[in-house]
Design a protein around this ligand. Sequence first.
Ligand SMILES: NC(=O)c1ccc[n+]([C@@H]2O[C@H](COP(=O)([O-])OP(=O)(O)OC[C@H]3O[C@@H](n4cnc5c(N)ncnc54)[C@H](O)[C@@H]3O)[C@@H](O)[C@H]2O)c1
Length: 255
Amino acid sequence: MMPSAHFADLEGASVLITGGGSGIGAALTEGFVRQGANVAFVDIADGPSTILADRIEKEFGKRPLYLKTDLRDIEALRASAAKAAEAHGDVTVLINNAAWDERHAVEDVTVEFWDNNQAINLRPHFFTAQAVAPGMKRAGGGSIINFTSTSYLINHPDMPSYTAAKAGILGLTKGLAGKLGVDGIRVNAIAPGWVITERQKELWVTEQALAAHVAKQCIKQVMQPDDIVGTVLFLASDASRMLTAQMLIVDGGFL
Ligand SMILES: NC(=O)c1ccc[n+]([C@@H]2O[C@H](COP(=O)([O-])OP(=O)(O)OC[C@H]3O[C@@H](n4cnc5c(N)ncnc54)[C@H](O)[C@@H]3O)[C@@H](O)[C@H]2O)c1
């Protein structure tokens, strides 16, 4: 369920989301459009991204700007960040959401696999921030929200390269927050628990694993992509004006 809250300062805000075409990112794209924000998103998945932009335009009369970009290509990513600012004004909300949660056995990991994994799961988070920071400074401030994951905290054994990147994102968040805070730029991380996207259903969900996971949550409900939106809106808005360098966990109270 989409959150009912309305944040007036997000109306007309220039928002850039990575991986905004499917999964949690798609819920974020819709969630920010619902607030009246001008959303640009980068993704590589043409089909879902175009279907999403069409649906949102039809439903809310406001089309998010889909910028096809492989975020492993930093020059292309920089160009897309510039296009978002051209279209909507200086980006004041950046959400680093895209990731690749491929499972991998320790013995199978090559240097190429490791580098490719980090090039999706960690490296873009720095370079998008670098790209939008001058515009945020010009605008008098901004909010950067980096997606990490509880998987690195709960002994998830099947994706060490991913969990290493997700732990790195917290270090990056704190490092950037310290540096960019003087310009009014806040940098926070959000760590979801298990959120049941279409991709999760296709690849990783089994009835047994999901039941066991939900049993450990205080709130015994399966988390949906929409359940992540409210916390991100809060972190983006001036409701969280003095909140920076933090990680908020949204996992239904997994114990
Ligand atoms: N779903 C979960 O259970 C869960 C749990 C913890 C953390 N997270 C985090 O939340 C965020 C969103 O997760 P999700 O499950 O919606 O992910 P997802 O894999 O379903 O979607 C990621 C999006 O990023 C895009 N993307 C992937 N590689 C790309 C590339 N090279 N260039 C451009 N775009 C690319 C994909 O096309 C997709 O639209 C991620 O950072 C993930 O690590 C998710």
